[in-house]
Design a protein around this ligand. Structure first.
Ligand code: HAM
Length: 415
């Protein structure tokens, strides 16, 4: 609802403008997908698939799910259209609702909105750097740079993960008595997920568990070091968090999260990483992917509560009119005004009636200027301009003069 929707719109426009300037193109995927797409991509034993997905059987017996995220759908769409064989390098973005049956609380909703980017065809750490810069530019553009910080980690490749998994299973078996029910179930199927547990009783034991970063081979280590060296050279501060494992199974090598301390428990605003094997696992070519998704609900909370962001007034000028003849002229002039000054919003009064009533409506709309077409103005082909917010004297002008004044007055919004 307005006025919150104004902040949503401003944030989305700023961010979509930026992704486009980084050369990413929009993709729109359906809300409903085969459940299997997420079961296999996100991972059977993840919280998302095990507990949170809205999955159901439709009247035709098909198993469908409301998308809990956008990466798997993007890969499916590219493979359906056979795009990656001809053009393995792709930079794509999406914005839309995602669905997870989580326990709702501030910053955590069952329908939430993500802006995501996914790039394909780049194996090296440079694409990761590009996407970190892109996110950093979001925070800068929205005035949130000081409250969001970056955490990074590497999950290595298949071999490193296999070695780490073996060590983890051995370690957790040693500490079997300390594992909760969920973790015991995960021990054989997906021990890495145990590291994700929020159970306070297990935190010390988890803290001391073997870290993947200690099982990397030279190639993965060099990849991660190069990534960090680029961040250093660009002056981007970060923290290496060896416990950062992410809640989805498809990641390999670098993963990252942008977090804030200003939102309580739901502090992750944006998260992602490299996923080298997902395309291939669905029968596609050997094309790596790398991306992130940003939670718009959380971002808007930060804008409202921390940055105290005030949305721009939704209305700039409001036409106050003597009669239907004046209204007719106002409709024509207002259209010309919108075309000449694309960032300016203009409302022509509907309902007419006494000037007093129209001025009330003008004031309630939030408009800065009232443009008045009374008897005299109409006859002289002019308009009177009254500032509703400051006490400056009223001026009477011709239409061309009015355009000049409005351009000058609303200079910042003429885009
Ligand atoms: P994710 O970490 O599951 O990753 O979600 C990304 C972001 O979505 C979170 O950091 C958070 O801001 C927001 N989010 C997640 N769940 C909720 C919720 N219930 N309510 C509000 N906001 C939420 C992914 O979804 C991956 N697909 C990201 C990615 C893209 N990795 C590679 N490419």
């Amino acid at each position: 609802m307005p006025p919150a929707s104004l902040i949503w719109g401003e944030a989305e426009n700023t961010m979509c403008g930026l992704v486009k300037r980084y050369g990413y193109q929009e993709i729109r995927t359906p809300v409903l997908e085969p459940s299997q797409l997420f079961n296999r991509s996100v991972g059977e034993s993840t919280d998302i698939v095990e507990k949170e997905m809205y999955a159901f059987e439709d009247q035709g017996g098909q198993h469908l799910a409301m998308r809990p995220e956008g990466t798997a759908s993007t890969v499916r769409a590219l493979l359906n259209q056979n795009i990656l064989n001809g053009a393995p390098e792709q930079r794509l973005w999406y914005l839309g609702p995602m669905f997870r049956r989580e326990r709702a609380q501030k910053g955590r909703y069952r329908q939430f909105y993500q802006l995501g980017v996914e790039a394909f065809g780049f194996m090296g750490p440079d694409i990761e750097v590009e996407q970190i810069l892109l996110a950093r530019d979001f925070w800068r553009a929205l005035g949130l740079e000081k409250v969001i910080r970056l955490e990074v980690n590497t999950l290595g490749d298949k071999e490193a993960r296999a070695r780490h998994r073996e060590a983890l299973v051995a370690y957790f078996k040693e500490h079997h008595g300390e594992l909760d029910e969920d973790s015991v179930r995960r021990l054989d199927r997906n021990p890495l997920r145990i590291l994700d547990s929020k159970n306070p009783a297990m935190q010390d034991m988890i803290e001391a568990a073997p870290k993947l970063i200690d099982y990397l081979d030279d190639a993965c280590q060099t990849h991660f070091d190069t990534f960090l060296a680029h961040l250093d050279a660009l002056g981007i501060s970060y923290r290496v968090n060896k416990r950062l494992v992410r809640g989805l199974d498809y990641y390999t090598r670098t993963v990252f999260e942008w977090t804030t301390e200003s939102l309580g428990a739901q502090g992750t605003v944006c998260a992602g990483g490299h996923y080298d094997g997902l395309v291939e696992s669905w029968g596609g070519p050997k094309v790596p992917g790398c991306g992130f998704a940003l939670g718009i609900d959380r971002l808007v909370l930060l804008l409202e509560e921390v940055a105290k962001h005030e949305p721009k007034s939704p209305v700039d000028v409001y036409w106050v009119l003597q009669d239907e003849r004046a209204q007719q002229r106002a409709w024509e002039w207002s259209s010309k005004l919108r075309a000449a000054c694309p960032g300016v919003t203009s409302i022509v009064d509907c309902g007419l009636g006494k000037f007093k009533q129209q001025f009330k409506r003008a004031d309630r709309s939030g408009a800065t200027l009232a443009l008045i077409l009374g008897e005299e103005e109409y006859e002289q082909n002019k308009v009177s301009c009254k500032d509703l917010r400051e006490g400056t004297p009223q001026e009477t002008l011709g239409f061309e003069e009015l355009l000049g004044l409005i351009k000058q007055r609303f200079e910042g919004s003429l885009t």
